[in-house]
Write a protein that binds this ligand. Structure first.
Ligand SMILES: Cc1ncc(COP(=O)(O)OP(=O)(O)O)c(N)n1
Ligand SMILES: Cc1nc(C(=O)O)sc1CCOP(=O)(O)O
Ligand SMILES: [Mg+2]
Length: 201
């Protein structure tokens, strides 16, 4: 499966409305701590915008709502995975991406036959508290050799200036939060990301 190399993570349908019409083809809706009815609405609105623009929406964490709202891809971390009903996700026809940070987590991820594996944090990140030290670029190549044809998503501290390095070391996709949504001009930054990642598209 081929995924777009530019994978922004955003925390509202408002961001999806701003960024997807610019040409983003892969986006994650990553919402924490929201009442269920509101969350359901955010997922439904995001799904509709993405469908209109031929963009693949990946819903973080909330796999039951993603199924109920007719989405087709979810992302789960290791703790999410432990609580999730992977058979129900698969039975509903959803694809699944899984976070990994070390060899044991990679084994767990591979045991559910994921549609991509994410490795992080490649660089230090201020967007999530993590117990792992930055993995560095070298780890990317090792991960890619282990997962073969499965898409490898790099995440953590990625910026436009750093992104060539992750692709050159074997990543297929660069996932990013702050370099886009924390930028003083997120639309301009998104256009730059789309342009810079063109050669890996
Ligand atoms: C592409 C991608 N990689 C990693 C994560 C992190 O998932 P998780 O460890 O479950 O943490 P939260 O994002 O849920 O806080 C991700 N969301 N996306
Ligand atoms: C949500 C998340 N997960 C990570 C992991 O390593 O699993 S790093 C991360 C945050 C990425 O944000 P930024 O692009 O701002 O560094
Ligand atoms: Mg999670």
């Amino acid at each position: 499966m081929k995924l777009d190399p530019f994978y922004p993570l955003v925390d509202s349908s408002g961001w999806i409305e701003r960024l997807v019409p610019l040409g983003v083809k892969l986006v994650q809706l990553r919402i924490k701590d929201m009442p269920e009815a509101e969350l359901r609405r955010e997922i439904a609105v995001s799904n509709a915008i993405c469908e209109d623009h031929g963009c693949r929406l990946i819903v973080n964490d909330h796999w039951q709502l993603a199924i109920e709202e007719g989405c087709d891809f979810v992302h789960l971390g290791q703790e999410d995975l432990a609580d999730a009903d992977v058979r129900a996700i698969r039975k509903a026809g959803l694809r699944l991406g899984v976070s990994t940070h070390d060899g044991e987590e990679l084994e767990t991820a591979l045991s559910v036959d994921p549609d991509y594996v994410a490795l992080g944090p490649v660089y230090p990140t201020g967007s999530k508290e993590l117990k792992w030290a930055p993995q560095g670029l070298e780890k990317i190549g090792g991960w890619k050799r282990q997962i073969g044809g499965l898409p490898l998503v790099a995440i953590g501290g990625l910026t436009l200036e750093r992104v060539s390095g992750v692709f050159e070391n074997g990543a297929d996709v660069a996932a990013v939060i702050s370099d886009v949504t924390g930028n003083r001009d997120p639309e301009a930054r998104t256009r730059e990301w789309l342009s810079l990642t063109e050669k890996w598209r």
